[in-house]
Design a protein around this ligand. Sequence first.
Ligand code: HEM
Length: 400
Amino acid sequence: MSAITFDPLDPQLLAAPQIVFERLRNEAPLLKTVVGGQTVRLVSRYADVARIISDPSARMNPPDSDAPAVYGDGPAAALWRSAISMMDPPQHTLARRVIARPFSHRRVEQMRSMVADIVNETFSQLPSNQLEVVNDLALKVPMQVICKFLGIPAEDWPSLQAWTSDFLHIFLPNVGGAEEIARVQQASQNFIDYFGAMIDARIAEPRGDMTSDFAALVDKENGISRIGLIGALRGLLTAGFETTAATISAAFLGFAQQPEQLTLLRQNPELIPGAVDELLRWETPVQVMVRYLGRDIELDGGSLQAGTACWLLLGSANHDPRHYRHPDKLDVSRTATDHHAFGGGRHFCVGAYLARLELQLVLQQISQRYRRIELQCESAARRGNFQFRSIETLPVALAS
Ligand code: HEM
């Protein structure tokens, strides 16, 4: 049997990662490989990802490093250090306390009608019989929601969307080469300038939005630094919309490929909350998270030593037949909320409750409005980013 090759830039891997994931899980569940010059272990089984992701000694950064060397002292390094998703304790604990507060279940529930209005209005403006899902709908809903939360004006969205797409290559440094690093640096500088000006304006004149609430905490006791807040706002924006958009696009793809699942949902709307988690499991918008082991650890697939860089393949774990029956099938009656789509441990997604709410409201609209969804393309074109899995364009025909 041929050796398993793993290249995150390989278009075949982007198009069909599950073919490689299946071989990894069966033949080399902790494959040692070199990606972009770094030796890493690819952790592919559900049980092993679950162990590492919830291990309190696992860290986001290797020992003696707080930002990847390839970013030097540039803007990307500054944003890396101020992103809670990249922090380790004690910084992470302090920053998370501030940033997570407005995303609690209670606070998000208070915003439910605002989110529902955005979802309803966006659907009601769509043409009734055909659609390009990604740009007409999937990106629009979460972009409007997060911008409303943060107080960002609509005319700024196109720039923020473009910077986000470039910035999202930051998390797996070395993988894409010099041109990609330059794009990440430029996008980082754009975010620093944009959010820096926004914070200064809110400090001078609060406007009753979330950014004003955060700005009131800048440099206060138990608060946040200015660059820390820039990093947090960047994080909330970019973490929030591409991932939710990817899941909305996946819903249309899944229902087009398996029309009986849409019928089931139309007949049983009480399945919607479970269907959201099933879509998250099935698509897994964040395919990989990196962790450095803080101790030696025994796993299902073997043992690993402290300090090892692990690529936790969330998308593989979520399709592991050792944990899920018929994992490649989208099954809206599955009630599994134990998937890894929102990560885990101390870094578990801050926006999970908000994302689930948005997605439930979107599925309500889809199931009420459309009887049938048909793809108007041979296959869904994927964006060229292995870590953040999403569809580039998805033309569909609709029957109501
Ligand atoms: C379908 C939508 C979403 C998915 C699939 C998703 C997925 C994830 C994943 C995998 C992580 C990393 C967890 C880890 O390292 O273990 C994460 C972290 C995070 N997410 Fe989300 N996310 C979504 C939506 C959102 C939204 C709507 C927001 C905010 C408005 C958000 C904010 C964050 C933040 C701030 C973190 C960093 C948490 C930390 O490191 O402590 N996410 N998310």
